[in-house]
Design a protein around this ligand. Sequence first.
Ligand code: ADP
Ligand code: ZN
Length: 642
Amino acid sequence: MTFPPPRSAPRAADDVDPALAALRRHFGYDQFRGFQRQVIDHVTGGGDALVLMPTGGGKSLCYQIPSLLRPGVGVVISPLIALMQDQVGALRQNGLRAAFVNSTQSGRESWEVVQQARAGELDLLYMAPERILTDSSLALLSTLPVALFAIDEAHCVSQWGHDFRPDYMGLSALAERFPGVPRLALTATADAATREEIVQRLRLEKAQRFVAGFDRPNIRYRIIARDNPLQQLQTFLASEHPGDSGIVYRLSRAKVEETADWLVQQGWKALPYHAGLDAEIRRRHQERFLFEEGVIIVATIAFGMGIDKPDVRFVAHLDLPKSLEAYYQETGRAGRDGLPAHALLTYGAGDVGQLKRFIHASGAAEKIKRVELGKLQSLVQYCESLKCRRQTLLTYFGEEPPDFCGNCDACLTPGETWDGLVAAQKALSCVFRTGQRFGAGHLIDVLLGKPTEKVAQFGHDQISTFGIGGELTPAQWRSVFRQLTARGLLDVDVEGHQGLRLNEKSRPVLRGEQPIVFRRDAEGGRPPRRRPSEEPRGVSTPENAPREGTAVFASPARAAAAALSASSSGTRLWEALRAMRLELAKELGTPPFMIFHDATLRQIAEHRPATLEQLGEIHGIGVNKLKNYGQRVLRILADHRP
Ligand code: ADP
Ligand code: ZN
């Protein structure tokens, strides 16, 4: 294996390119991503900016590097204490001078931070929005040289969004108090209305806008029909994510508890997280998720914002999320490190009716209900579509999608459809014959000719559709009713007992005038089969390329192990490096990923650098990590020569 070309050659240019020099020296990366470079140049030159990038896109560097290049301290406004602590921890690992001021500190501690700032000993200072707007903070800041203000999670200023923070509204004051200091607002929330609200409320009319593509090519999207969600999750974890950390989302607290308990019984390291748990327990569970390896968090949507963990390998929704926006944000927490990750969604016949009923009963204004119903409809279309998932998602967010993504279930198992006209006619006719007031469960019993109590009670064994559906299994009939409902060919009675009713769109189908093609549901949580010859974009390396004819998901840890297992010494080296990382993390009280990302560890194992200089060329190792951990890494490499 050849060693990567040394970075030393262009180093002579560091003087003329201080941004690149800072990237290499402190962060150990070779090049900027996307438009990081443009933002950095613009802000370093004193301009305001609005930065929209997907989660994991690399927003932090857009203000961290200008803070280093401009005189004074970069002030970062961040809504979440956990997020602040993580970022400060990661910056210190890279040898930067960073600190935060927030409500968890004693008066003495924040006083010390203020003294450091006064003495010019800080590159970056993180503050909560309510803190920065106090008279004493504003007075302090006006005595300091401030390099820039970065307003992170800027969508919190939007009153219509789900993360609204009233304190963010006051941040427009910064424009008046510090007219000469550049300000940047950063967010991963895509839609245009939120964007305008940010500009208006934060007085960023003059800001240059940087809008990145929202595609996350390393995330593989997969949707399966739900029959036994816990068992399906178990299959998914066992076949594709053993030992990985991930998030499982559920709709209710009770289901969170039930799912976490069940996973623990099956031998997984799973922890519950929801708003009904004690704050201390939540904190402990979040901490274990960050600090240990292979922890699965089972959570309501209360969990996630501000979780900066880069190596979340999967996000599984066992219930339907609220909207495509919520789904994209939640799945976006997977694979921030750019390595392959998975988004699994289980979707069932009852979901649409149940969610419609929630919306109907919510007591919201009619206008809002209509918006919510529209969002539900988009989500359902996404689930039922035969088209590439990524195309549907990106089109929904107003972006030009790729022709073929190759990394979603629709691309990996295309053409799985069947002619469903006869089945649809039988189903609709059964709805009609039973009086348009029963749910799918009973209708399926009638179609299959099951002599249940209910069938006898209503005399449904006497009607013409009794027992005419033996050619399909119960699961296939559930799929038929689900798809008919999702396409609006059947209505759900949202006020009554969720009985199914015909509508005008049902008639042409009943009369056989309209062709019906159904999607064949993927089975269980097993990986879909792959069309040979088509490789997923951007995520496949020779080592982790799937075997032909299958689409086995290559988790990075397993891919690394597989790549190295040509020799057993390779496997031992990988394990030894991981053990060293965990040991270091424990000594320092930081999460392992803050010491080295998986990608860094993997490069070390593959390239086996022999000297500190060579080690310094590895992706993600800057001067500080080299100084602090370099010898220890080299010792392990020396002990594990092949
Ligand atoms: P965001 O805040 O946009 O979600 P982060 O700033 O946390 O994303 O960056 C996501 C990950 O990408 C981090 O692990 C970061 O170290 C890494 N990263 C950012 N910029 C680069 C780059 N130019 N080269 C390599 N890795 C990068
Ligand atoms: Zn696709």
